[in-house]
Design a protein around this ligand. Sequence first.
Ligand code: NAP
Length: 258
Amino acid sequence: MDLGIRGKRALVCASSKGLGRGCGEALAGAGVDLVLNARGAETLEAAAADIRARHGVQVTAVAADITTEAGRALVLAHGPFDILVTNAGGPPPGLWSDWSREDFIKALDANMLTPIALMQACLPGMMAKGWGRVVNITSVSVKSPIAALGLSNAARTGLTGFVAGTARQVAGKGVTINNLLPGIHATDRAIALDGAVVKARGISMEDAIAARAATIPAGRYGTAEEFGAACAFLCSQFAGFIVGQNVLLDGGATNSTM
Ligand code: NAP
């Protein structure tokens, strides 16, 4: 299916691996030129070279910490962008009673204020052109809290509130903003969380993965490829009437009617 976005230019943040890379791959497959970003230059350059070679699109790699003002300035210098996919690493797990003000500020900076700053930088150009797509990678935790990820629950819910209002303010200019909510996907992040379970319960990694997969009606973890395809569709010409939505990709794990 031709998504109608060939030749557009996308910034995909935190995209050398995992879900961000899945989004970059799917957009490149649709003919979109990319600016990819991550902190580690080596893995990022390798991902950029691989995507460039397989999809024949322009791929620029910008090694920077997207959660810092200096990092964002480096990345945004490669704009303007028609498509923005926001993403960053998730906060560490822990216990509600242990987090300090600094822990909360760090989580808010990474998973709420950074995507907001990126939108503030990119939306005016998109609105002036009369076309734009923003997809924020958030988490299933905004619909169904994950107790150990209280920092994530808090920061991402704040972002969700911002998007709910802002998406409706920019839709009239041909710009859509939506959030993708990953449930459990087979990425390094998921493996790190499984590692914490292995340590806490003294079980094997295989048993930890099987136990988590058993909580998902689909019976397995999602893939970055599936996630990227959903992102590319939300960025397509066909998704112009999807505004301010929170789309769950969780294999049915969130037990709710709507
Ligand atoms: P991942 O496999 O660990 O990949 C994270 C990617 O982001 C890497 O490319 C990493 O590269 C980059 N990155 C991390 N922090 C960055 C920063 N400050 N600046 C720039 N790049 C950064 O993680 P993932 O599973 O794809 O998760 C992506 C997001 O979805 C996270 O926020 C995670 O919490 C959320 N999520 C994931 C799942 C899941 O099951 N996988 C479920 C719910 C929510 P560098 O380390 O080199 O910077």
